[in-house]
Design a protein around this ligand. Structure first.
Ligand SMILES: [Zn+2]
Length: 242
C-alpha cells in the first residue's frame, strides 16, 4: 500500500489530497478529511493516479462544499486553545531555551512550549500523544488486571472515525486525540476496548461488563457522538503523521 500527498487544482483553488492505494477498494473513493483540511483519495489496485486525480477534479464543487462546511482547523500555534482532558489550555511560546520540564509542559491553563517556533506544532502533538499514551496505558493495565486479562500491546494512531479498537491477538489501538476529550470519555473508550479482551463482540454480555467497569457509559458515548469529530480540528496540518 502506497501513500502520497498531492495538490488538487480546481476552479476554486487547491485542495490538499492524501492519495492511498488500497488492495481492498473496489472503486475510487473520495472523502473530505478534516485532519488535513483536505481530502483523501483511495485508489483501487490497478487504477492510475491520473485517473484518480481526474475523478477528484470532476468532484471539485462537491469537495469545496464539504470543505467549507468543516469547522475551522485549529493549528497548534502561539495563543491557540487546545483542550487537555476537556480543559482548554492556551499555547504559549516560552523562548528557545529548553526548561527543566522538557520542551513542553502544562502550567495552570497554559501549555508552555520552548524551542524553535517552527517546531511548535510537532512538539505539542508529541506532548499530547505522550500524555495520551501514559493515561491510556495506566488505566488500561489497571482495568485489565481487574478483569484478569492481558493487553498485548497498546498502539496510538490517528484514525478518522474510530476511537479505539481491539485485535484478536489482544492488541489495543486508540486515537491519541482522546487526550483532548473530557476524562470520562477517554476512560470509557479504554474500558470499552479492555472489555473486548473478554467479549470480542457487542453483545448484551459485553455491555453489562462495560457497565460493571464504569458506572455511566451513556454520557461519554453521547459526548463522542456530538463532539468527537470536532477533535479532528486540532493540530490540522498535513505535516503531522500519526
Ligand atoms: Zn467495541
Amino acid at each position: 500500500m502506497g501513500r502520497e500527498i498531492a495538490l488538487l487544482k480546481t476552479d476554486k483553488g487547491e485542495i490538499s489530497l492524501n492519495i492511498r492505494v488500497s488492495a481492498r477498494a473496489q472503486s475510487i473513493g473520495l472523502r473530505v478529511d478534516p485532519r488535513i483540511g483536505g481530502a483523501e483519495l483511495v485508489l483501487p489496485k490497478g487504477v492510475s493516479k491520473n485517473s484518480g486525480l481526474k475523478f477528484a477534479r470532476s468532484k471539485g464543487d462537491w469537495l469545496w462544499e464539504h470543505l467549507l462546511a468543516l469547522p475551522k482547523p485549529i493549528p497548534f500555534v502561539e495563543g491557540a486553545e487546545v483542550p487537555h482532558f476537556g480543559v482548554p489550555l492556551i499555547i504559549r511560546h516560552m523562548g528557545r531555551r529548553r526548561s527543566v520540564f522538557g520542551p513542553v509542559w502544562r502550567e495552570g491553563d497554559n501549555l508552555c512550549v520552548t524551542g524553535d517556533p517552527r517546531h511548535m506544532t510537532r512538539r505539542v502533538h508529541d506532548w499530547l500523544k505522550a500524555q495520551a499514551r501514559q493515561e491510556i496505558t495506566d488505566r488500561g493495565q489497571a482495568m485489565a488486571k481487574n478483569l484478569d486479562v492481558s493487553i498485548k500491546a497498546i498502539t496510538l494512531r490517528d484514525p478518522r472515525s474510530r476511537w479505539g479498537s481491539c485485535s484478536v491477538d489482544g492488541g489495543l489501538s486508540f486515537s491519541w486525540r482522546l487526550i483532548m476529550a473530557p476524562e470520562n470519555v477517554l476512560h470509557y473508550v479504554v474500558a470499552h476496548e479492555v472489555a473486548h479482551l473478554r467479549q470480542m463482540n457487542h453483545s448484551a454480555k459485553f455491555w453489562r461488563l462495560v457497565e460493571q467497569m464504569i458506572p455511566d457509559s451513556d454520557t461519554p458515548k453521547a459526548w463522542l457522538r456530538l463532539h468527537g469529530s470536532g477533535l479532528h480540528r486540532f493540530g490540522a496540518t498535513s505535516a503531522i503523521e500519526s
